[in-house]
Ligand binder design. Structure first.
Ligand SMILES: [Zn+2]
Length: 430
């Protein structure tokens, strides 16, 4: 009987330990999130009901105004950063100055993929734990989470002297170009910070993003000698542009494979007369079955985890492209200005360890790194070079970018609480 009681006690111990792992101030922060939660959900609904497709500049700005008011009320300096010069709505920034602990940058985006002509426009409760709406999961719930985490921290007096910058970009889904200009303010904020947290959608309680792959594009152009097809393979005619492009593309397929590296051929167009519009990815072609083709264009993308991996792949691609078939040429261009990688640095892993410990202190389980091959690039990628970072700290949900996008409200409050305490612990860490 006694032995049984001890076993039972051991089984219950984690629960008791967890409660004790949070300080009184941390518990108070959690109480503030409980107290404000109904208001948090209202604010989410209000913002989802304002269309903010990337190209709906008025809508993006209107949501920005809601945040200007909300963060202004919390004593933050707010700013709307105009982006007319890159044909985008602009970005919201808010800042509290401070000197204690590590300086933090919180990242979200105001825009969604649903423009004004989309049939999907409204917030709707599907059941008590699920809300549906355009951008509700990607990532209006994440933005609102940042606000209500900060609000609880302010009300509890937990961040009196911390430097906190909130950046909600207006064009994450389709960033203005050149990106050196559309991401200039975000990068500038990162340079003044130590840690960046991204509130893109969460993949459950037990995963966070410590790495995101880079996304670049490339363009290959091959030429051949235009001639009658009866002479193909002869010394004077050679192979033609299409065989040369095919050789290169097939060698990419066969020879470049490695973990975390993927590359895709999006468009391939070859013949005698070819025009191609790279920006819009469309073109025209004509040729004849009895003419050896003069020109072929191949346009593709490539994703990689580290710059070292990317550069190694680019070198091998160049090498493959240079081994020309008879009487052909090939030129390969890797386009700079894509999404840089967020590499899985030691600093990022240390942040993950902090979140893992906090999560266990809260009784929410362990947190592991999410597989970078399963997620696309995001705004945090642009600042990953300057600060330690974690992403995927936003709300859980499903169907992002589709007509059935939902957010899980059952886990929303707990994720907001965990985010608030993570911010608290980071800004109080020397
Ligand atoms: Zn997003």
């Amino acid at each position: 009987m006694k032995k049984y009681a001890i076993l039972l006690l051991i089984a219950l111990m984690p629960v008791f330990t967890n409660a004790q792992e949070l300080s009184d101030l941390e518990k108070e922060i959690l109480e503030r999130i409980d107290a404000n939660h109904a208001e948090q959900l209202d604010f989410l609904e209000t913002n989802v009901n304002i269309n903010s497709g990337t190209m709906n500049f008025d809508g993006v700005r209107r949501i920005g105004e809601n945040y200007i008011e909300a963060f202004g009320d919390l004593g933050f300096e707010t700013e709307w950063v105009n982006q007319d010069h890159v044909n985008r709505a602009g970005h919201f920034f808010a800042e509290q100055e401070g000197n204690s602990g590590r300086k933090i940058l919180l990242i979200g985006h105001l825009d969604t993929v649903f423009e004004e002509d989309s049939p999907f426009q409204e917030f709707e409760m599907l059941d008590e734990n699920t809300a549906k709406g355009p951008g509700v999961n990607d990532m209006k719930a994440g933005n609102v989470m940042i606000l209500y985490a900060i609000k609880a921290l302010k009300e509890a007096g937990a961040i009196p002297d911390a430097q906190i910058i909130v950046a909600l970009t207006g064009d994450e889904e389709d960033a203005g170009t050149p990106r050196s200009e559309s991401r200039e303010h975000l990068i500038e904020a990162a340079k003044r910070s130590d840690v960046g947290l991204g509130f893109e959608t969460a993949s459950g309680f037990n995963y966070a993003v410590v790495a995101r792959r880079a996304s670049y594009s490339w363009l290959l152009e091959t030429t051949g000698k235009q001639a009658h097809s009866s002479g193909i393979f002869s010394e004077s005619t050679g192979a033609g542009s299409v065989y040369e492009a095919s050789r290169i593309v097939n060698s990419f397929y066969e020879e470049l494979r490695e973990e975390n590296l993927t590359y895709n051929v999006g468009v391939m167009i070859g013949g005698n007369e070819v025009t191609y519009d790279e920006e819009n990815m469309r073109g025209t072609v004509s040729g004849k079955t009895n003419i050896v083709p003069k020109k072929t264009i191949v346009h593709g993308g490539i994703r990689f985890l580290t710059m070292e991996q990317g550069e190694r792949a680019f070198d091998r691609m160049e090498e493959i492209a240079s081994e020309n078939l008879p009487n052909t040429t090939a030129s390969l261009r890797i386009n700079e200005g894509g999404y840089p990688p967020m590499e899985p640095t030691e600093g990022n892993m240390a942040l993950l360890a902090m979140l893992d410990e906090l999560s266990q202190d809260m009784g929410l389980g362990e947190v592991e790194p999410f597989d970078p091959a399963k997620r696309g690039a995001a705004d945090i990628s642009f600042v990953a070079n300057y600060i330690d970072g974690l992403d995927g700290l936003g709300a859980m949900g499903s169907g992002a970018h589709g007509p059935n996008e939902t957010v899980n409200l059952e886990t929303y409050k707990e994720l907001t609480k965990r985010a608030a305490l993570l911010i608290y612990r980071i800004v109080n860490e020397e």
